[in-house]
Design a protein around this ligand. Structure first.
Ligand SMILES: Cc1ncc(C[n+]2csc(CCOP(=O)(O)OP(=O)(O)O)c2C)c(N)n1
Ligand SMILES: [Mg+2]
Length: 548
């Protein structure tokens, strides 16, 4: 006989869970108790947002479901941001929520929520366990749904009394999701379309990517001399040093790459959803019938034709597709010139123009490009600081850009914590802004508590810069709600028990970075920057002048 909490934890263990993130609640004490003697490492966070974001990042880092445990209503709603990111980013995530006892259900009992309704539309499924002896079945479903097809989040509520209930039940078997391969017919057609194309562009995106997938896709692109671009925050999907690599279709993308997509006559979308960001708000490709021939491969057939009607839809898993593409006999390559030009544009775009003020973020990024080992994990939240962090970074290994494609603020510190837990020997570097950091700073305490020496690089421009930029464009001169009065960030980091320093000049960054790394503590480096340069290509005064 085992109680529900123990049965649940045993299912997590047999499915390979080695790490879980929580914010404890009295609603799931039997689970906590079972974790006490389990092989699973439990990391207790300071806000459910952080716990859910860390679990989501774990899903990105490992390809296995991140596990997050939170309490009833307020715990679940605070964790919902991580569920939303897992949905948009196609990351496997299991959110386990303590729930009211069965006998109270439906009374609007204390902190009661209807999870199925609250999470409908962004969780793949949300339901509650009804009996302890069915927990193996519920967990099997949770793992299977999170991992199959387009990976994503599931929410399982656990009534308090179900966790206490004793049952004599056998464990489930570890979940092995079904895999789909492309058909020979699909591959033949893909090759024909490629052979007929003058200006092809390959775009890689999320939906079950792996390290091998990236290697295989790159081998295919290089053998055929094809240019390959990454979707927003998928920059680590292929080695950026490849002669085929042409850059990222992200926020503030290079206009030359945007033009390549607009003028392509064939788009090979390998994974990804051709969403709002990579299509520049659906302008680079027309909805629903894009001008170029579209080959779209995705593990979820429902995604194919959901926004864009592909000429050739391929419903299959991405590793299987990539392996098949690598084997495909190359077309007589005619795109050497195209690919060389796309690559040259990418390299040009890596160069920054000097930035006003004593701290030049382009220079800082150029240093980090040289300094960071290929396996360093870079994380962020949302803000204009990410435009520098993404544009001037080069990724060579899969699993090193752990950033929210959902564009959610407050993600980076928790993601760096997850990275340091999964890869203790690597550098985990979080880029953040003054707005973004304050949203996630409670987790700096988690990093201190668990002795995780993450490095936070905080770009302080004294405002919610992204919003100010849009404000100046659309409602010039009418600044409201975007100025920030900030704490003393290095002092804050020190008060938490970490390392904190302010870097006032570009030339001081290198030594400060080494001191941060050498401290062995969670570290924060604040970079006060001139608000005039609100983005690498945009000056505040120019926006204001243009408006006048
Ligand atoms: C959870 C969430 N809330 C609000 C936003 C809208 N938003 C996007 S960027 C941004 C400003 C971020 O400010 P900061 O971190 O200081 O970065 P900056 O743009 O100044 O570089 C805001 C409010 C968001 N993306 N996510
Ligand atoms: Mg800011």
């Amino acid at each position: 006989m085992r109680n529900g909490g123990r049965i649940l934890v045993d299912q997590l263990e047999l499915n390979g869970v080695d790490l879980a993130f929580c914010l404890p609640g009295e609603s799931f004490l039997p689970v906590l108790d079972a974790l006490h003697d389990s092989s699973i490492r439990l990391v207790s966070c300071r806000h459910e947002q952080g716990a859910a974001n860390a679990a989501e990042a774990y899903g990105k880092l490992t390809g296995r479901p991140g596990v997050c445990l939170v309490t009833r209503g307020p715990g679940a709603t605070q964790a919902s941001v991580g569920v939303h990111t897992a949905r948009q980013d196609s990351t496997p995530l299991i959110l386990l929520v303590g729930h009211v006892p069965r006998a109270f259900e439906g009374r609007d009992a204390w902190q009661e929520i209807d999870y199925a309704r609250s999470f409908s539309g962004f969780a793949k499924a949300a339901w509650h366990a009804d009996r302890a002896d069915r927990l193996p079945e519920h967990l099997e479903r949770a793992f299977s749904l999170a991992l199959s097809g387009r990976p994503g989040p599931v929410v399982l509520a656990l009534p308090e009394d179900v966790l206490l209930e004793e049952a004599d039940v056998a464990d489930a078997t570890p979940v092995r999701p079904a895999r789909a391969s492309p058909s020979d017919e699909d591959l033949t057609r893909l090759r024909e379309l490629l052979a007929a194309s003058e200006r092809p562009l390959v775009i890689v995106g999320e939906g079950g990517w792996t390290r091998e997938t990236g290697k295989d896709v790159l081998a295919f692109c290089e053998a055929n001399e094809l240019p390959v671009a990454c979707a927003f925050r998928c920059q680590d999907f292929v080695d950026n040093r490849s002669r085929s690599y042409a850059g990222v279709l992200g926020v503030a993308m290079d206009d030359r790459l945007a033009t390549r997509l607009r003028e392509a006559d064939l788009v090979l979308a390998l994974g990804g959803r051709l969403g709002e960001v990579p299509t520049r708000r659906y302008t680079l490709l027309e909805v629903p019938h894009p001008r170029p021939t579209l080959v779209h491969a995705h593990p979820d057939p429902d995604e194919l034709g959901f926004v864009y009607r592909p000429d050739l839809p391929i419903a299959c898993d991405l590793p299987e597709l990539a392996a098949a593409l690598r084997q495909l006999e190359p077309v007589e390559p005619r795109w050497q010139e195209l690919t060389r030009a796309a690559r040259a544009d990418y390299e040009t775009n890596l160069r920054h123009e000097p930035m006003e003020g004593p701290v030049d973020l382009g220079e800082v990024m150029a240093f980090l490009r040289r300094r960071l080992p290929g396996d360093a994990v870079q994380t962020c939240g949302a803000g204009n600081f990410t435009v520098w962090a993404h544009r001037f970074a080069e990724f060579t290994e899969y699993g090193t850009q752990v950033c929210p494609r959902s564009g959610s603020m407050g993600y980076g510190v928790a993601a760096a914590i997850a990275a340091k837990l999964v890869h203790p020997d690597r550098i985990a570097l979080c880029f953040t802004g003054d707005g973004d950091f304050v949203m996630s700073s409670p987790e700096f305490a988690t990093a201190v508590q668990y002795e995780l020496p993450i490095i936070v690089v905080l770009v302080n421009n004294g405002m919610y810069g992204t919003i100010r930029m849009h404000q100046e464009r659309q409602f010039p001169g009418r600044v409201i709600g975007t100025d920030l009065v900030n704490p003393d960030f290095p002092a804050l980091a020190q008060a938490y028990g970490g390392f904190g320093e302010r870097v006032e000049r570009t030339a001081d960054f290198e030594a400060a970075f080494e001191r941060a790394l050498g401290s062995g503590l969670p570290a924060l480096l604040e970079l006060p920057v001139d608000p005039e340069r609100i983005s690498p290509r945009v000056r505040l005064s120019e926006l204001q002048a243009a408006a006048r």
